[in-house]
Design a protein around this ligand. Structure first.
Ligand code: ATP
Ligand code: MG
Length: 407
């Protein structure tokens, strides 16, 4: 099956936005063993759009089109598709009803402009597909030898329709049976260490496709197998080989996994951050429901703030310096004590690019966790990268120390 993607929108050709829809679909296709031959972008120019669809209809068996289904005058998709089919756009009543209901709910006292109804149209005779995440319906039609499906450009809507409708249809058209996929999510190792642990793994599972994707500071490993049993066997072996580097799978997110472990134990966390500047608190509180376990975070940059807010002894700062295991531990104990939390995290280091010395170079970070019954653990790490990377990996590493303490 020859498959193409067509992406519309002036914003994309001007660089105002990046096309994230195509990578999403391409990645989902890859998981199913399908590939596109071409990704074409056109602006909101009628002739260009017409030509692009004509060309795809002569080359491809299937084409997924993104964008231009909205109510504004640059939204040309319904008109262009209708013109090519030689039909008129027709209002799709169920979508229009939903549009009206949504308008009434969101802009109660404002009249709906007539042009909003443009959004609820599709070419006469096309197969109309309700949009689960928005109003503008998607639609499908055949031109020449090619099956076209037209999706809204808004990423949330595009993705929902890709998952629900487009992928099953394309798989069926290509004659590939659905595959079984898992993404293992890792924090801690270098890529080469992962590779070393998985030596011979692919060969032991010949029907499996294995993909490695570093997404700083994590590494994701995708496993795609023809059957659920083959996937389960491969996943079990990969997990056994990789051990606690694997923090989760698929929709799991690192801070949420740590938070879930706290919630399960009905325990709480407070953090005292120096070089991460509140990033740990941000990562933890990005997760909905984190108030169940997160009590407080203090950003204590100045030595005086470390003393005043988290009771770090002046004498400790003078003797070991602010970037030291002793101070990281004092921050963890101080944060824990100040908030009355089960766990405290302390981080102090040199994020760079300035401020390094031969004894305490840029990237040096001390991380500590303090818990009940005198539990404490401190580690010294040296991270590499720019300021943002050092801070991010330091925040992750601090949470990872807690994750391991919770196991
Ligand atoms: P709308 O009803 O919002 O007009 P639409 O189906 O007409 O939706 P577009 O007008 O092409 O779609 O895009 C709507 C918005 O969705 C854009 O402003 C942009 O923010 C986002 N968007 C569109 N196409 C893409 C894409 N390929 N990748 C990422 N975001 C996109
Ligand atoms: Mg639009």
């Amino acid at each position: 099956m020859k498959l193409e993607l067509l992406v519309t929108g002036d914003e994309i050709l001007r660089g105002t936005i990046a096309d994230t829809n195509s990578p999403y679909l391409l990645a989902r296709l890859e998981e199913r063993g399908l590939r596109a031959e071409r990704v074409v972008s056109v602006g909101d120019v009628r002739e260009d759009f017409l030509a692009a669809i004509r060309a795809a209809s002569e080359r491809a068996d299937a084409c997924v089109v993104s964008g231009g289904l909205g109510p504004t005058e640059d939204d040309l998709t319904v008109d262009v598709a209708s013109e090519l089919l030689g039909v008129k756009p027709a209002v799709h009543t169920p979508s229009l009803d939903r549009l009206r209901a949504r308008w009434a709910e969101r802009r109660r006292n404002e009249p709906m402009p007539a042009n909003a109804e443009r959004m609820a149209r599709a070419p006469e005779g096309a197969e109309v597909i309700l949009n689960p995440a928005g109003v503008a319906p998607a639609f499908a039609l055949t031109l020449g030898r090619c099956w076209f499906v037209f999706l809204p450009g808004v990423p949330k809507e595009y993705r929902a329709l890709v998952d629900d409708v487009v992928l099953p249809r394309l798989s069926a058209r290509a004659g590939v049976s659905p595959t079984h996929a898992r993404v293992l999510r890792l924090f801690g190792p270098a890529e080469s260490q992962v590779q070393e642990r998985l030596e011979g793994f692919s060969q032991a599972h010949p029907s499996l496709r294995v993909g490695y994707r570093p997404t700083y500071p994590e590494i994701h490993i995708s496993l795609v197998a023809p059957t659920a049993d083959a996937l389960a066997a491969a996943e079990a072996e990969a997990r056994a080989r990789l051990g606690p580097w694997v923090y989760g799978a698929d929709a799991d997110r690192f801070p949420a996994v740590v938070g879930a472990a706290l919630r399960e134990r009905r325990e709480t966390l407070a953090v005292g951050e120096s070089c991460t500047g509140g990033l740990i608190a941000k990562l933890v509180t990005d997760v909905a429901g984190s108030s169940d376990y997160f009590l407080s975070g203090a950003v204590v940059y100045a030595n005086a703030a470390k003393q005043a807010l988290l009771s770090v002894p002046e004498e400790l700062l003078a003797r070991h310096g602010a970037v030291s295991a002793e101070v990281a531990l004092a921050l963890a104990h101080g944060a824990r004590g100040a908030a009355g939390a089960t766990w405290g995290i302390g981080v102090t280091g040199i994020a760079g690019p300035g401020g390094g010395t031969p004894e305490k170079p840029v990237g040096l970070v001390h991380l500590a966790v303090a818990g009940a019954s005198g539990y404490e653990r401190a580690v010294e790490r040296r991270f590499f990268g720019d300021r943002g990377e050092v801070r991010l990996v330091a925040a992750y590493s601090a949470l990872d120390l807690l994750r391991k303490a919770l196991r």
